[in-house]
Design a protein around this ligand. Structure first.
Ligand SMILES: C[C@H](c1ccccc1)n1cc(-c2ncnc(N)c2C#N)cn1
Length: 277
C-alpha cells in the first residue's frame, strides 16, 4: 500500500481505486507533534468522524466506503474512502472568534473578507457563524482568502455550495455539541468532487483535531478558553522552561497522557451518547 499523504497526526494510503485514511495516536500542540502517543486517540477520533458522517448524510454525501475493510493493524482507526478530486480550499466555519481569526479581526475588522461587528474579543460568540476559508499552504500556516477569491478559483456555484455546506454542517455540529455541554468554536472541513461532479464531504469531520472543543460551562469571553481535549498537554508543556517548542519535544508524563486519553473518551461519549468500548 503506497503512502500518498502524510500529516502531523494522520496518513493517507492508496489502495487500488480507494484511499485509506489512517489516524495515529500522535498529538500535536502548538503545531509540534509530541513523541508520546495518546493511547486510542486515533480510534476515538476515527469513530467520532464516522458518527458525524452518518448524522450529516441528510446534508451532504461523504467519502466513506468502509470502516471495516481496512488492514487489521489499523482496525478502528482507519477509513477506506473513495478517491475524490479534492477542492483546494480549507473550509472553515467559525461560531466564536479566536486564534488566527481573532488576529485577522484585530488587524482588519474582518476575517476572510467578512466584516464583523466592533468590540469583539477573545472567544466572543459571533452574531452568526461565518465561512472563513483559507488556502492549503504547502508549508507554514494557511492564508485567509475571501469568498470572492474562492469563487474565482473554483467557480461561483462551487464556492457557494462549499459555503452553504460548511455553515450547515458546522451549525448542526455546534447545536448537537451544545446540547451535550460542549462548545465547538470552529471547525475545518475538506470537500472533494466525485467523478459525476457531486460535492462530497471528505477528510475528518467535527473532531477535536479539526475543531476547537471547549467545555461550555467554562466559556468566558475575553480570555483564552481551555481546550476540552488538549489543555492538560498545553498546561504541562507551558511549564517546561527548557523546551523551545521545536520538535521533537519532551516525553509526556504518564499522568498527562492518561488524563488526555480520558478527555478524548469524554469527547466521544458526550457527543455520541455511547460508551467508549
Ligand atoms: C488533507 C487530507 C490529509 C489527510 C491525512 C493526512 C494528510 C492529508 N487529505 C485528504 C485527501 C483525499 N484525497 C482524495 N480523496 C479523498 N477522499 C481524500 C480524503 N479524505 C488527501 N489528503
Amino acid at each position: 500500500m503506497e503512502l500518498v499523504h502524510s500529516g502531523k497526526v494522520r496518513e493517507v494510503y492508496a489502495d487500488g481505486d480507494d484511499l485509506i485514511l489512517v489516524a495515529s495516536d500522535r498529538v500535536s500542540v502548538y503545531d509540534v507533534v509530541l513523541p508520546t502517543p495518546i493511547p486510542d486517540k486515533g480510534r476515538i477520533l476515527t469513530q467520532l468522524s464516522l458518527w458525524w458522517f452518518e448524522r450529516l448524510a441528510d446534508i451532504v454525501p461523504n467519502h466513506v466506503v468502509s470502516a471495516a475493510d481496512v488492514p487489521a493493524e489499523w482496525a478502528g482507526r482507519a477509513i477506506r474512502c473513495r478517491r475524490l478530486e479534492m477542492l483546494p480550499v480549507e473550509c472553515i466555519a467559525r461560531g466564536y472568534l479566536t486564534g488566527l481569526g481573532l488576529q485577522e479581526y484585530r488587524k482588519n475588522g474582518t476575517v476572510s473578507g467578512v466584516a464583523l461587528p466592533d468590540g469583539l474579543t477573545e472567544a466572543s460568540q459571533l452574531p452568526e457563524p461565518v465561512f472563513t476559508p483559507t488556502t492549503k499552504a504547502a508549508e507554514g500556516h494557511d492564508e485567509f482568502i475571501t469568498y470572492d477569491e474562492v469563487a474565482s478559483g473554483i467557480g461561483a456555484d462551487t464556492a457557494d455550495r462549499l459555503r452553504e455546506l460548511t455553515l450547515r454542517i458546522y451549525s448542526r455540529g455546534a447545536e448537537t455539541a451544545a446540547e451535550r455541554g460542549i462548545v465547538i468554536a470552529d471547525t475545518k472541513l475538506e470537500f472533494g468532487r466525485a467523478p459525476d461532479g457531486t460535492i462530497v464531504l471528505a477528510d475528518e469531520v467535527l473532531t477535536p483535531d479539526s475543531s476547537r472543543f471547549w467545555p461550555a460551562d467554562q466559556w468566558r469571553p475575553g480570555q483564552p478558553q481551555n481546550s476540552l481535549d488538549k489543555q492538560f498537554v498545553r498546561d504541562w508543556s507551558s511549564t517546561l522552561a527548557d523546551w523551545d517548542r521545536t520538535p521533537p519535544g519532551p516525553r509526556i508524563p504518564d499522568d498527562i497522557v492518561e488524563a488526555t486519553r480520558a478527555r478524548y473518551v469524554e469527547c466521544y461519549e458526550r457527543i455520541t451518547g455511547e460508551s467508549w468500548r
